[in-house]
Design a protein around this ligand. Structure first.
Ligand code: F6R
Length: 245
């Protein structure tokens, strides 16, 4: 694993966008695996700048997102489709037909998950997967468990995740309790993985996930077994990993 410590969130976001930008420049037909959440917001803003200043061309890029809430339509402001469109897709020249997320409106979970695996397979596979990490070590919505899920599946969100996401909704009742998420096997199939982490509230889980034992109780820990992982974190997120720098 490669660890890159940055001064702060802004610095993390610039460096992350540079890494993703380099991927786009080196392979203009890249399949990017994308994440939502607070962490990548400014990374996406920097990618938009890269497009606006002529450095980055998204016209032959495809994207697959990690997850989507079950039951939310694309025009719901809390859906991950809406998030991606708002922060990235509508600002760059990516072909909307080549931006994939699980279909949150598909009530048949088996169908939604199988369709999504097929869509990912049809892209030819993810070149670079961007990840954030939950306080409980989740990646995508792979919550602490006694096993690692292989393929895309319908997950019951952990109570802590529902509470963490409540900040985006009017009330607890409004937060979806289920989501469709790539499985750990789907995530691990990406050629390269880029994890972002910012803030002191991520310090404990960064240490546990990447310096502790590999266990499904901390799903991100499996990334220790991936051959090409880069973690870009700010000083606060790496506060408990002083020994490696
Ligand atoms: C987002 C996702 C989640 C987030 C994680 C961290 O698509 O799948 O795993 O990456 O919950 O969220 P933030 O960045 O809000 O701390």
């Amino acid at each position: 694993m490669r660890f890159i410590k940055t001064k702060d969130y802004e610095d993390m976001s610039r460096k992350a966008a540079n890494i993703i930008g380099a991927q786009i420049i080196l392979k203009p037909t890249s399949v990017l695996g994308l994440a939502t959440g607070s962490t990548p917001v400014t990374t996406y803003a920097n990618l938009v700048k890269g497009y606006q200043n002529g450095d980055l061309d998204f016209s032959r890029i495809s994207s697959v997102n990690l997850d989507e809430y079950k039951g939310l339509t694309r025009d719901n402001e809390q859906s991950y489709y809406y998030f991606m469109n708002h922060h990235l897709f509508k600002h760059v020249n990516i072909d909307p037909a080549k931006t994939y997320l699980p279909d949150g409106t598909e009530p048949d979970a088996n169908k939604a998950c199988q369709d999504y695996e097929e869509a990912i397979f049809a892209t030819g596979g993810v070149d670079l997967q961007l990840l954030g990490i939950g306080h409980n070590g989740h990646i995508g919505f792979n919550e602490p468990s006694d096993n690692f899920a292989d393929k895309t599946f319908c997950v019951d969100l952990a109570e802590s995740t529902i509470k963490a996401n409540q900040r985006f909704f009017a009330s607890y009742e409004d937060v979806p309790k289920q989501a469709y998420t790539m499985g750990i096997g789907t995530i691990m199939a990406a050629s390269k993985i880029l994890i972002l982490a910012s803030g002191k509230d991520k310090a404990a889980i960064i240490k546990e996930a990447f310096f502790g034992p590999v266990t499904p109780a901390v799903q991100a820990s499996i990334l220790q077994f991936h051959p090409n992982v880069t973690i870009v974190g700010d000083e606060a997120a790496f506060a408990e990993c002083e020994e490696i720098f």
